[in-house]
Write a new protein. Sequence first.
Length: 463
Amino acid sequence: MKNTYKVNNPATGEFISEIEMNTKEEINLALKKGHNAFRKWSQVNAHERSDLLKKWMDNIQAHKAEIAELMTRENGKPIKESLGEVDYASSYIAWYAEEAKRTYGRTIPSHNESKRIVVTKQPVGLVAAITPWNFPAAMMTRKAAPALAAGCTFIVKPAEDTPLTTIRLIELAHEVGIPVDAIQYVIGEGKEIGEIFTNSEFVRKITFTGSTPVGKTLLKNSSDTIKHVTMELGGHAPLIIAEDADLDFAVSQTIASKFRNAGQTCVCANRILVHENVMDEFANKLTTEVTKLKVGNGLEEGVDIGPIINEKGYTKIIAQVNDAISKGAEVLVGNEYNANHQINTYFVYPTVLKNVQLDMKITQEETFGPVAPLISFKELEEAIEIANSTPYGLAAYFFTNNYKTGIFLHERLNFGIVGWNDGAPSAAHVPFGGMKESGLGREGGTEGIEPYLETKYLSIGDL
Ligand code: SIN
């Protein structure tokens, strides 16, 4: 009998589905099929691959409401966010359907009359992806679309909490004619599948979105066969409110950044640094707006904040808030919880903490929850030092209408994504990724297809 796991709704505990896990033999067979399919798929001309990707995107859009509902049921995010994520996921396919036609090479003037020098790009081969539960659609298409566009074949292991959205998206790809072995999924436990992927001679590239510790293990394990890697790992984003910031606008953007997906994103603001002269005003305005956020089942009308994905995530958030309070943080709103351990539902009410200090866990660890910690600063230099004092370097935000302050902050912040008066910078056509322990490589934009391509240099002699 096969091992299975159950997928439940994190908002209600309702059973959704029982999924069969693949055996090691089945996973290895899927990898072999993906490898064998590579030759044929990579030879499908770029315009045809592009057309197939566009048809996949159209098919996803035709099923938008169904996919969004499925996503909210397995992930818990509010339905308006799930609908937005279906569009976000589709936008990666649309972008890479175009980029498929632009994987240009070049010629290099020769140093010798009898030679010609040509540089071409070719797909790396079979790509194995491991995707997270927080964006079950977009994090998959952000990898699958450039891989297929480049001519690679693709296999994904979706997160155990949210496999259903991924499975459905891949069915929709097969429906429009993308070959079944060119895009596949396998189901199972992360550590085991990670090892199979990294050990496999068939896999030429590993792409992962998830925690930094898991990313480090995948990197180490990929070294034996020198695989290509793209790692989109953890974050601990600073958000700086300068003295001259437009506070109403900054509050709306802070909410967009901090409370999207109940704070369960790698790019969400995790340390909110506010100039001491505007701290009280900013804190009051933020608290007023946060109080309006409605917590509940994401399928219900008007809900802004869904559940925390599981008990582990919930316990971590509470531990960080309690640690902060025990060291002197003041609760302006929130610090309320609603858990039902019998049916595994965990809600954290949006929380704002003031007087947050640098020795508190919340300023050192990624929170992945709807908690906004406010830290006061006097000088911009001090804010920059605090902002950069982390091993992470994914996203940073700042709010100022002074262009000199803006340029100064942009140049000094060591983060791959910077939002200046912008709490929502993600998009398919921009390079998303982090510095330091937040990752390697970029996804999205023209940069996002490069990691799926090898550069090949041809020297033609004797002319
Ligand atoms: C993430 O949290 O990893 C992705 C968020 C985004 O694409 O905006």
